[in-house]
Design a binder for this molecule. Structure first.
Ligand code: NAP
Length: 292
């Protein structure tokens, strides 16, 4: 936001339930201010039964852009006019752009993940990648990794193994690549990790307040790995600390959070996002939250 809201101010926002914890309002409002853009970003709590009304409201109120978070990322698609092909493959979106009443959905979690890897000098093509988790974020990440022709194995705990098998089957079919799904346990990780190059944690294991948990036993980590933990609170996670101790390259979840936000920002404003401002605002919000 530039300062005062006027009749010309362009409105963006986020819908989800709950929404109070979201770091996106501070990240986007600080970025609008930095670039002197007459935009404002507002959090809206939208309950599941109210989703259609919220999307109709976006059209009616000429809201320029929305981020979509839990629990609406899948259900919202039916109310849009267009969907980006990658988001369609994933089956979930996190960003809508409103062009004169035409609503188009994108998945910037997926593109933000890939951009983070590339900005760290890593090209996933042909690399052996272990992806932990089969939830919403893992589905987005799995799609870009399979499109990039990574050699992918998806790990999920036994309760959720059918989800991982379903994702693996779909990704293999769509991309003509071999994608495996196995139970997330010590023995299976041990068998797969020695010659792996990238390990991505897309489970919620290790997320605050369970800071002392990790999905991978420290003795399995090694120096030839890049370990990308998409959990962004705490920073670093236990997994990232132990990976660094083992000599691995590490990437934290704030980097993905900031890049998915930057891609949404660029779609709504047509301007390059001030990624450093986004990162600083997220890091300072997280440290204030954790002090409370
Ligand atoms: P989700 O849909 O709820 O999926 C959670 C995943 O974690 C599932 O695969 C679940 O397994 C697994 N899991 C949960 N508890 C587990 C445990 N005790 N042991 C083993 N596996 C466990 O959540 P999500 O939206 O994908 O988000 C996952 C994490 O990523 C969260 O921490 C979220 O904050 C973070 N995230 C970060 C970014 C970013 O930009 N950095 C973006 C999106 C999400 P089951 O299938 O068996 O339940």
């Amino acid at each position: 936001m530039r300062g005062t809201i006027t009749g010309k101010t362009i409105v963006c926002g986020i819908i989800g339930d709950p929404i109070g914890h979201s770091l996106s309002p501070i990240m986007h409002n600080k970025s609008f201010k930095k670039l002197g853009l007459d935009y404002v970003y507002v959090p809206f709590r939208v309950r599941s039964g109210e989703l259609k009304k919220a999307v109709d409201g976006m059209r009616g109120l000429s809201i320029r852009g929305l981020n979509i978070t839990i629990p609406h990322k899948v259900a919202v698609i039916q109310f849009l006019d267009r969907i980006d092909p990658l988001a369609e493959e994933i089956g979930a979106i996190n960003t809508i752009i409103n062009d004169g009443g035409i609503l188009t959905g994108y998945n910037t979690d997926a593109s933000g993940f890939l951009k983070t890897l590339r900005d760290n000098g890593i090209q996933p093509a042909g690399k052996k990648v272990l992806l932990l988790g089969a939830g919403g974020a893992a589905r987005a990440i799995g799609s870009v990794l399979a499109q990039e022709k990574a050699k992918l194995t998806i790990f999920n705990r036994l309760e959720g193994l059918p989800w991982a098998e379903d994702i693996a089957y779909r990704l293999a079919h769509l991309n003509g690549t071999a994608v495996k799904a196995v139970e997330l346990n010590y023995e299976n990780l041990k068998a797969a990790i020695a010659d792996a190059e990238i390990l991505v944690n897309a489970t919620s294991v290790g997320m605050h307040p369970a800071d002392n948990q990790t999905p991978v036993s420290a003795d399995l980590l090694h120096a030839n790995l890049t370990v990308f933990d998409i959990v962004y609170n705490p920073l670093p996670t236990r997994l990232l600390k132990e990976a660094a101790d083992a000599g691995a390259k590490t990437i934290g979840g704030v980097e993905m959070l900031v890049r998915q936000g930057a891609i949404s920002f660029e779609k709504w404003t047509g301007r390059s996002a001030p990624v450093d401002v986004m990162r600083e605002s997220v890091l300072s919000s997280l440290s204030q939250k954790n002090e409370k």
